[in-house]
Design a protein around this ligand. Structure first.
Ligand code: PA5
Length: 447
């Protein structure tokens, strides 16, 4: 098996070969726009070559910072929202034991990673503070703009907590700031305070930043092999460089999505059968939704955590409105397995004893896939062989390059996110932020 296999064999009753051939000229143009930098948003496409052209010196500093955190901290608090946390969180879950981030005591080889600054809940912050308890901790605050409200509020709280615990000077040794190279409030503060800084490169948007310091520092601190992560992404960069649909499965995925979308399949579910992939689905939702959902268009990205969700909205998928297609992400060899034990008493499971849970899971996913296809839900399968950093890096790149092509195929700029500003403006207005006075009055009247 190759590092990643893309199976579209269950699409035959929904899309024919001719349709794929018909879309090739559009894919060729989209590829040119993406790689020659002639498409909208070209200034934000540096992620394309990132796996082979990253800052080696900074990479070494990331490794060193991760070691330092490992030595002096039992907890790393990662503060960031959207692209400034989703990739790291997906990778930390994928590469670790499922409850790794939930353990709060006992011996740990690596610090516990706690993500915060991704909501505006005081209750959540209090829970994080409680979870840290008396343990030694460090903070990685991540914000490209350096001005996003959610992480800025959380950072104030944890900066104060560090200063109370370690004193103003020593706490600076425990703060790592990942932000723009030149601009923003966080950059100014980090320069002023002398925090160790890492850069979110100019040409890499938040949702494409998991392979920069944004993702790499938390992943490395959690014990992830970031060299292998980059090596996997570099292999994918090499493998998915051809505009020919017959030779490029990431482009095939983009093309099939586009064909299905035009036929009325407007919602895509990214399906997993493995709890350590749940957060990967969250990362993917941002990647797709923020890249494609604009100008009144775009496939709505959602996720399904099976078999759990088969017992909730599985009914809808099987028999509800026929506008859904699914992309199943699965790992051939699970990180660990359980053999179903023998039992004398009859609980009706005799036919399964001695079999592995992964075998049962596989049968569940195969059975569901066929049932959904029979029910009118197109299905594609993205499968990686192992649950490790190399394969994760490879798969991340597969979805990133696909969304670039997909966005251009659908006639949008896949690299901006103008819609994200609308809620922020209203929030600032309602909070009475200086400079928003007129909006404050207008919004309060409407409420
Ligand atoms: O992808 C994006 O651009 C956004 O989701 C941002 O990552 C998110 O809004 C956080 O922004 P920042 O990193 O500037 O705090």
């Amino acid at each position: 098996m190759t590092t990643l296999s893309f199976d579209k064999s269950k699409l035959t009753s929904f899309v024919n070969d001719e349709e794929l051939a018909m879309i090739q000229p559009m894919v060729t143009v989209a590829d040119e726009m993406l790689r020659q930098g002639t498409g909208a948003g070209a200034a934000y496409t540096d992620w394309i070559k990132l796996p082979t052209e990253y800052d080696q010196a900074e990479f070494a500093r990331i490794q060193a910072a991760a070691q330092k955190i490992k030595k002096n901290s039992q907890v790393l608090v990662v503060i960031g929202i959207g692209g400034s946390y989703l990739g790291a969180r997906a990778a930390v879950d994928f590469l670790n034991d499922y409850f790794n981030s939930a353990y709060s005591d006992g011996e740990r080889e690596f610090p516990q990673i706690i993500f915060t600054g991704n909501n505006i809940s005081g209750q959540y912050l209090n829970s994080v503070i409680k979870l840290i308890g008396d343990r030694d901790f460090s903070v990685n605050v991540i914000s490209k703009s350096g001005t996003t409200t959610e992480p800025a509020i959380a950072f104030r709280v944890f900066k104060q907590m560090l200063e109370d615990k370690y004193g103003a000077e020593a706490s600076k040794e425990r703060i790592f700031a990942t932000t723009d190279a030149k601009r923003g409030a966080l950059k100014t503060l980090a320069d002023d305070q002398g925090y160790e800084e890492f850069v979110v490169p100019d040409g890499v948007g938040g949702r494409f930043s998991v392979l920069t310091a944004v993702g790499l520092l938390p992943i490395a601190a959690a014990g992830g092999d970031i060299e292998q992560l980059m090596a996997g992404a570099a292999a994918a960069q090499n493998d998915y460089a051809d505009a020919d649909l017959q030779k490029n499965e990431a482009y095939q995925y983009a093309a099939y999505r586009n064909i299905l979308y035009r036929k009325g399949y407007t919602t895509e579910l990214l399906i997993n059968y493995e709890p350590t992939l749940v957060q990967f689905g969250e990362w993917w939702k941002q990647l797709q939704g923020e890249s494609e959902g604009k100008d009144g268009k775009g496939i709505f990205p959602a996720s399904g955590n099976f078999s759990t969700d088969l017992h909730s909205f599985g009914q809808y998928i099987q028999e509800g409105r026929r506008n859904i297609f699914e992309t199943l992400v699965r790992v051939t060899n699970p990180a660990s397995d359980v053999v179903i034990p023998e039992m004398e008493a009859d609980d009706g499971l005799e036919y399964l004893q001695g079999k592995t849970m992964s075998y049962v899971n596989r049968m569940a996913s195969d059975g569901t896939l066929l049932a959904h296809v029979d029910g009118g839900v197109p299905n594609m399968v993205v499968e990686i062989e192992q649950q490790d950093a190399y394969h994760l890096g490879y798969m991340i790149y597969f979805f990133e390059i696909a969304v670039g092509i997909s966005g251009y195929l659908n006639g949008v700029n896949p690299f901006n996110q103008p819609g994200v500003e609308a809620y922020k403006k209203n929030m600032f207005g309602l909070l009475g932020k200086p400079g928003y006075e007129e909006l404050t009055t207008a919004l309060r009247e409407r409420l």
